[in-house]
Design a protein around this ligand. Sequence first.
Ligand SMILES: [Zn+2]
Length: 505
Amino acid sequence: MSKFYITTAIDYPSASPHMGHAYEKVCADALARWHRLKGEDVFFLTGTDEHGQKIERCAQRAGQKPQEFVDEMSKKFRELCQKLDISNDDFIRTTEERHIKACREIFKRVYDKGDIYKGRYEGLYCVDCECFFSQRDLVGGKCPVHDKEVEHLEEESYFFRMSDYREKVLEHIEKNEDFIQPKRRRGEIANRIKEGVRDLCISRSSFRWGIPLPMDEGHVIFVWFDALINYVSSLSYPTGAKFRKFWPADVHLIGKDILWFHSVIWPSILLAADMELPRSIFVHGFINVGGEKLSKSKGLTVDPLKVANLYGVDALRYFLLREIPFGEDGNFSEEGLVRRTNNDLANDLGNLVNRTLVMVERFAQSTVPSGKQDEELKKLALATVEKVDEALRKLEIGQAIAVIWELVRYANRYIERTAPWSLAEDQGRKGELSKVLYNLLESLRFIAILSFPFIPNGAEKIWGQLGMEEDLCRQKLDKLKSWGGIKPGAKVGNPQPIFPRIGNK
Ligand SMILES: [Zn+2]
């Protein structure tokens, strides 16, 4: 059985989760669920990044100890995962003992190799980013991400000889087309590397909230060096069975603002520690609200929990996955979400399920009739499975959903075209009626399984109404290799609306 290891970035819990966090988790979840459907052994990781000066300051302001503060905040991110039906297999917190152990181990290995030395650091530091900027990176003298004043810092620090790995990392990026996706991001990073890579300051001594260095307890490990290691500490690096099985990661799913850390710093650390590099880094865009970038400092946050409570989890998941072009920036708006929900979920899919089940109830006493295969519908459904897989191999999640919806719309037109209600009035056409109903039910079986990674709630409800006995979450794609999985004679459930239309609020 092949394995698939996918991670999100771990979230920095200095404030409550926003729509950008929800988006990344939902994308990773859809991919993880798809790979489970394919029968792969999936490990899906998310978590929280809990050290650093910014957390220490946020805790101070809240009048709490840093540990109390992160305990509370990290819980909010776990609740978000539950609320959004995120199927993560683990949730790593960088304050956990298992992480601290792995982090110190890697630090020690790199140190023993001679790749860490002591020096002095002087530079411009953004506490929110937890990183240094050169003068030329600043915009109007301020942090380009946060639009905030940077601080001038000077302290004794340990450095990682990252410049020694510049050639190797560049070579890896250039040789492996799929390592950074989308492609244009790969070009951007390659160019930046060519401009030069400096050694990285990897310790701080002006605050305490971090992991102490193994050989110098007066310093804590730089928060990014600490955080990136979550991808292996969660697998019980270095000796864990999970580490042997799942490393290297197949997909690190991240936002575009942290690409340098993942495509240059992380590979350099891994090379220094004699570990394999991840197979690919997928970069998604930002979610804008009304055209403006989501930013905590500007107060433009949309609470994903509130949206999910108001409109339903599937409506939110569907909107984010269908509407935001993967790899690009996208726009979140309630109007857009309502439109998608009403058009695609309520009208297209909801009506298809409801009309089909009402007809089976009325014309076939809620029993799956036996009927001949409809060659066209069968051909389209089988091709849909291939096309969804093809789209998802390229991480084109919106395209994968669009392909499923072609099948949904085709099935709706099939109802219009065959007009089962007229067939029912003609005793001589009973065979035709049974054929239409059977093929509609079978296409719903395909649609329920195919849409499960994207809208797990709704897919479960469709599955339930079809009266299927096995659990939907145990289904695999090999159940969609042939037409005829739904058994004649089986009872279907009561038709109930699955995606109610959202009225004017
Ligand atoms: Zn910043």
